[in-house]
Design a protein around this ligand. Structure first.
Ligand code: SF4
Length: 181
C-alpha cells in the first residue's frame, strides 16, 4: 500500500510540480489534497511519535516541520478513524525535519525509544490500526509519569506537554486544537 512518503516521491518526479515546489511544500500539497479527498492512505509513524503527537502544542524544529506536524495532529484529532502504520525508523514527521539542523532521526537511542514505546503500547512495527485504537492503547498502558522515564533525554520532556497529553487521553478527554499555520 502506498504511504504519504511514496506519494511525495511520485509527485516530485513531475517536473511541473518540482519547478514550483520544494520537497516540503510537496508534502503539504499532498496532505491538503488527501484531507480534501478523504484518502484511506495510512500515515506512517515511528514509535515515539505516537506519544509526541499527544503533547504537540505547536512547538517544533522549524516552521515547515511545525506546519507538517500541525497537519498530521489536526487530521488525527478531527478524524480519529485515520489509519496509522507503525514504521521502523524515519517516518512521515521525520520527512520534514530541517536539513540545516543536526538530525537525530537515525540515532540508536531514538530507535530504542521507539521500540520501548511500541512494546509498551502492545503494538508491533508494520501494524496498521486507527488513531483511536492507538489512543485506547495509550489510555490502557501509559500513565503521565511514564513520560519522564520513556523520554528522559528528550528536550521537550521538561515542558510537561506530553505527560499532559497522556493524562487527557487517559481521562477520555479531547486534545486541544493547534493552529499555527
Ligand atoms: S517527551 Fe519528547 S520523545 Fe517523549 S513524547 Fe514528548 S516530544 Fe516525544
Amino acid at each position: 500500500m502506498l504511504k504519504w512518503t511514496d506519494m511525495a516521491c511520485i509527485v516530485s518526479s513531475k517536473p511541473q510540480l518540482t519547478a514550483k515546489a520544494t520537497s516540503s511544500a510537496v508534502f503539504f500539497y499532498l496532505r491538503s489534497e488527501m484531507l480534501i479527498r478523504g484518502t484511506s492512505m495510512p500515515i506512517g509513524l515511528r514509535g515515539h511519535h505516537l506519544l509526541c503527537l499527544l503533547g504537540y502544542r505547536g512547538m517544533g524544529y522549524s516552521k515547515e516541520f511545525c506546519e507538517n506536524m500541525t497537519t498530521v495532529y489536526e487530521t488525527l484529532r478531527q478524524h480519529p478513524e485515520t489509519q496509522i502504520r507503525i514504521v521502523l525508523g524515519p517516518d512521515d514527521l521525520c520527512a520534514v525535519y530541517p536539513k540545516d539542523q543536526e538530525s537525530h532521526c537515525e540515532n540508536k537511542t531514538v530507535y530504542q525509544r521507539d521500540a520501548e514505546i511500541v512494546s509498551r503500547l502492545g503494538l508491533e512495527v508494520d501494524m496498521e490500526l486507527s488513531w483511536s485504537e492507538i489512543c485506547g492503547q495509550v489510555a490502557d498502558q501509559v500513565k503521565p509519569a511514564d513520560i519522564g522515564h520513556l523520554c528522559a533525554t528528550c528536550r521537550w520532556e521538561p515542558y510537561g506537554v506530553c505527560a499532559d497529553g497522556v493524562r487527557l487521553i487517559g481521562e477520555g478527554r479531547a486534545l486541544p486544537p493547534v493552529n499555527n499555520k
